[in-house]
Design a protein around this ligand. Structure first.
Ligand code: ADP
Ligand code: MG
Ligand code: MG
Length: 206
């Protein structure tokens, strides 16, 4: 498939707009079960990443690595380390050619890295939940399926997993301090990870 620096710039520019628009909503989700800064954190990170100069990045993994480093340094909080890890792993594992099985393996590596960094299991009410659901959907997709189709099923699975965090008790991060009181609220990181995956669907198709 054709996937180059242009697609990454497109992804970044849309991510900047999307996270800017979602900042208040994500802050409100985080205010219910955390400290109310997740939307501002993400908007600040994507603003920094989208306004950087990528002139010296000649390949997609080089650009994705720079995105990861920038997010690591600007989002802050728990999510900054985890999204930094997520993008740095995508950069490190980026395949020379993308197809459905390679995409599944790529996102599995990113999920594993986020889990090994944050120690969250599936069902702990974190960003890992939609990411894990997306990986499993990609792995279940027909290996011959066009990327757009497997990504579509990944996004549908991620949305369901995000919605399912509403009924869960948070076991990781700041929200874990509230325990049972987190039931009834969608996890803000599950919402932002679903947005990240939705943006990939729009820019990573064949
Ligand atoms: P902070 O909690 O430091 O203010 P943010 O509000 O930006 O950071 O991010 C909170 C989100 O990060 C949570 O909604 C959750 O999805 C995710 N998160 C926090 N800790 C972990 C962890 N250990 N593993 C996976 N995700 C986590
Ligand atoms: Mg927070
Ligand atoms: Mg915070």
């Amino acid at each position: 498939m054709a996937f180059g620096l242009g697609a990454i710039q497109g992804w970044l520019s849309e991510a900047r707009t999307a996270f800017n628009a979602a900042a208040d909503r994500l802050d409100e989700l985080d205010a219910a079960i955390g400290d109310g800064d997740h939307g501002s954190n993400m908007a600040r990170g994507l603003e920094a990443a989208a306004t950087m100069d990528y002139a010296t990045c000649n390949t997609p993994p080089a650009a994705i690595k720079q995105i990861g480093m920038t997010l690591l340094g600007t989002i802050g909080g728990a999510a900054g380390t985890l999204y930094g890890t997520f993008f740095l792993t995508l950069a490190a594992q980026w395949p020379s050619q993308l197809n459905t099985p390679r995409l599944a393996a790529l996102f599995r590596a990113a999920r594993d890295a986020v889990q090994s960094r944050g120690r969250a299991e599936v069902g702990d009410k974190t960003m890992v939940d939609p990411l894990d659901a997306a990986v499993k959907a990609m792995e279940a997709a027909d290996p011959e399926a066009p990327l757009a189709e497997s990504l579509e099923s990944a996004v549908l699975a991620a949305r369901e997993a995000r919605d399912a965090t509403r009924d869960m008790v948070a076991k990781r991060g700041r929200a874990a301090l509230l325990g049972e009181r987190t039931v009834g609220h969608i996890d803000p990181g599950a919402e932002s990870m679903t947005m990240v995956l939705e943006l990939c669907l729009r820019h990573l198709s064949d």
